[in-house]
Design a protein around this ligand. Structure first.
Ligand code: ADP
Ligand code: ZN
Length: 720
């Protein structure tokens, strides 16, 4: 069976995401592989699909029992025999498992690393007697001291290659900086490994930083709009998780606290309840999260500032694994930064303290940023990204700007006059003409002294911060940081370059484009059905079907099993098991509301594969189109998307035209009004069936993409 056929049959997906296909091909060719992909990127599939296709057993090393259980449940629901081996099993269960393994009845076996090499070295002897075809090491960064989740038990995995020299290994992680990556490769002894690094952009997450004023009220306002959604709220201290959870409960929210100090049984119960949607909100310290695979976490809130960008990105990444729009909100107060600074200072270890402080400073910079947050985050992970992602608070807010050249000149000349030897506060006091004794007498004689007295202290701080962000000033890295000019300062001082500042009063956020229309009542109904099935099968709801799958059903209203097969997430087994149960309510809902199937908007998956490039002028959607759409919404150009996805630009244009049809993209984003009308004329005269003649008539100045966009728009308007 071809990988793509197995993808449809076992997982119900029509196309691979990003590098999945190449990774899987390497694994099938028995090559060692290291995969770096963001949370929610689809790592599991990179070893689960080969496991299905290869003869024999795939061993999966995973750090947490909760994670293993989740994965095993998901695989079993898809009809793939998988199991885990752990200490909570009874001897009887273990004997049964051993028998199944001997009879080659298990495709994937999940293990914690300490199982493999622990006291039970018998296990490894047993495993060596089985036809093992692949070893997958999940959360591979746990092997590195440099990673933020170092687990000593992972070090034992260094012995794997000795025990199974001929078996390919795939290591996977969502977080690996250079040092961690190097560590993983060395410690695991990977043989001539191929390294796959995906973009770490999480296009479906919107990032916001809000000044913390009255955090509880701010939180309530945020949660009120998200009553039915699941979310995680991170606090710094154990005590505050408990207090906040209690306050939220008193307001009627299904919230529970989670931190490392709780009883194991309580932790397990809370986690389970969250997975099953009995608890909607977890108020947690960072102890919560790793191994939480729940795909429909809709938001992550930080009520306290995290200690570093790595942790923040990891935590926010727990939102929206299913690819649906999700939110990350951080409540920022400068006081938090001061508190954290104290924690970052480690006695007797100046080197470590310096690293921690630098990381903390980067976090503060992020909070105070006046430019695209997504770009900043990705740059932190050494990835280029254009500014203006259209899905962070900065990009979604229209800022009023004003010419601040004069202000900038005042600040820069003050720094010059003070011979670049003083810190921000001194410079501000000097600019404002402070009479304080702190200001040296000789400085009070300078002409620049007091030239900025008309500007409040707070505003000066902000302007100087912005000048630093814009690169016209820099702060030294010393114990007493001072302001210095940069190579670009001179152009400002000489009036050769203008500076714009943002007014502190900003206008309202403009709303992001609306998503596809769907039937909300029907969605609620099928969610209930999913919950009942999940209860009956004793697994979390999202394991039965993801939110993204239910949303597609409520959008495209499939009426038959064949139509349901076209919904992303329905593999053969799920279709057979649950298909009818989900069709019934859709059909009766449609009858009652006089609606019919819209599935033809979503081209047949099989048909699409057979289609050639030049027949893509139909209107259709698919998860791959959705991927292009989210990239587009994150601010990428068509050329960039085509490049990133390794597809032709015309394919991406085809993808985006579907969203013009649904109204999610305005046709005028693709083509100007004048061209639109001329293309429309041409289509009305010559029809929309064939693109080439239209292109011919319109001439050089018109691209296929523009023509396609207008066709999609005319279909939307019902004029063709
Ligand atoms: P990760 O382990 O990288 O955090 P997962 O493996 O849990 O991510 O995948 C995230 C989600 O994406 C899961 O719900 C998974 O089923 C889904 N997914 C993975 N690959 C695809 C694909 N090719 N098409 C559609 N959905 C996919
Ligand atoms: Zn942005």
């Amino acid at each position: 069976m071809e990988p793509v056929q197995a993808l449809q049959k076992y997982f119900g997906y029509s196309a691979f995401r990003y590098q999945q296909e190449a990774i899987i091909q390497h694994v099938l060719n028995k090559k060692d592989v290291l995969t770096l992909m963001p949370t929610g990127g689809g790592k599991s599939l990179c070893y689960q699909l080969p496991a299905v296709l290869l003869d024999g057993l795939t061993i999966v090393i995973s750090p947490l029992i909760a994670l293993m259980k989740d994965q095993v449940d998901s695989l079993n629901v898809n009809g793939i025999p998988a199991a885990f081996y752990n200490s909570s099993q009874t001897p009887d269960e273990q004997i049964q498992l051993t028998t199944k393994l001997r009879n080659n009845q298990i495709k994937l076996l999940y293990l914690a690393p300490e199982r493999l090499f622990g006291n039970e070295s018998k296990l490894i002897t047993f495993l060596k007697s089985l036809p093992v075809s692949l070893i997958a090491i999940d959360e591979a960064h746990c092997i590195s001291h440099w990673g933020h989740d170092f687990r000593p038990e992972y070090l034992a995995l260094a012995g794997l290659k000795n025990e199974f020299p001929a078996i390919p290994v795939i290591a996977l992680t969502a977080t690996a900086d250079k040092l961690t990556k190097k560590d993983i490769l060395e410690k695991l002894n990977l043989k001539d490994p191929e390294i796959f690094i995906s973009s770490f952009n999480r296009a479906n997450i919107t990032y916001r930083v809000v000044p913390k004023k009255n955090s509880f009220n701010q939180l309530l306002a945020f949660l009120d709009e998200r009553k039915d959604d699941s979310g995680i709220i991170y606090c710094l201290s154990r005590k505050s998780t408990e207090a906040l959870a209690a306050d939220l409960k008193a307001e009627g929210f299904l919230a529970e606290a989670y931190h490392a100090g709780l009883d194991n049984a309580v932790k397990a119960r809370t986690q389970e309840a969250f997975l099953r949607d009995d608890v909607k909100i977890i108020v947690a310290t960072i102890a919560f999260g790793m191994g939480i695979n729940k795909s429909n976490v809709r938001y992550v809130v930080h009520v306290d500032m995290p200690k570093n960008i790595e942790g923040y990105y990891q935590e926010t990444g727990r939102a929206g694994r299913d690819g649906l729009p999700s939110d990350a909100m951080l409540l920022y107060s400068p006081g938090d930064a001061i508190k954290l600074k104290q924690f970052a200072m480690i006695d007797d270890n100046p080197e470590q303290s310096r690293i921690m402080l630098n990381k903390l400073n980067d976090m503060v910079k992020y909070c105070q940023l006046q430019a695209c947050r997504r770009q900043f985050l990705l740059k932190y992970f050494e990835e280029d990204f254009p500014p203006d992602c259209n899905s962070c608070d900065i990009c979604l807010t229209e800022f009023k700007k004003f010419d601040g050249t004069l202000i900038a000149q005042k600040a820069l000349s003050a720094v010059t006059r003070l011979k670049e030897r003083f810190g921000t506060n001194y410079v501000i006091d000097f600019l404002r003409g402070s009479r304080s004794e702190k200001i040296r007498e000789e400085h009070k004689q300078l002409k620049t002294y007091g030239i900025g007295a008309d500007i409040a202290k707070n505003d000066w701080s902000r302007y100087i911060r912005e000048l630093i962000t814009m690169g016209y000033l820099e702060v030294t890295d010393d114990a007493f940081p001072v302001l210095k000019l940069t190579s670009t300062s001179e152009a400002i001082l000489k009036g050769q370059q203008k500076v714009e500042f943002i007014e502190s009063q900003t206008t309202e956020e403009h709303k992001p484009t609306e998503a596809l229309p769907y039937e909300a009542d029907l969605l609620a109904e099928i969610k209930n059905i999913r919950r009942d099935i999940a209860l009956h099968e004793n697994v979390p709801a999202y394991i039965i079907l993801s939110d993204a799958t239910l949303l597609e059903i409520a959008t495209y209203l499939p009426q038959t099993l064949d139509e349901l097969r076209l919904i992303s997430g329905f593999g053969d087994i799920k279709l057979a098991r649950y298909g009818r149960e989900f069709l019934l309510p859709v059909k009766s809902y449609c009858e009652k509301n006089k609606l019919s199937s819209k599935i033809k908007l979503k081209a047949s998956k099989r048909e699409r594969k057979a289609r050639t490039e030049n027949s893509t002028n139909g209107v259709r959607s698919s998860s791959t189109a959705f991927d292009s759409f989210t990239l587009y919404k994150s601010g990428k150009t068509i050329a960039e998307i085509a490049n990133e996805r390794n597809l032709a630009a015309s394919t991406i244009e085809g993808h985006l035209s579907f969203y013009i049809y649904t109204g999610a993209i305005d046709v005028l984003e693709m083509v100007n009004e004048e061209k639109k009308l001329l293309i429309k004329d041409a289509i009305e005269s010559y029809g929309a069936e064939k693109l080439a003649p239209l292109k011919e008539i319109l001439g050089e100045g018109y691209s296929y993409g523009e023509i396609r966009a207008v066709i999609a728009w005319m279909r939307k308007m019902g004029t063709i």
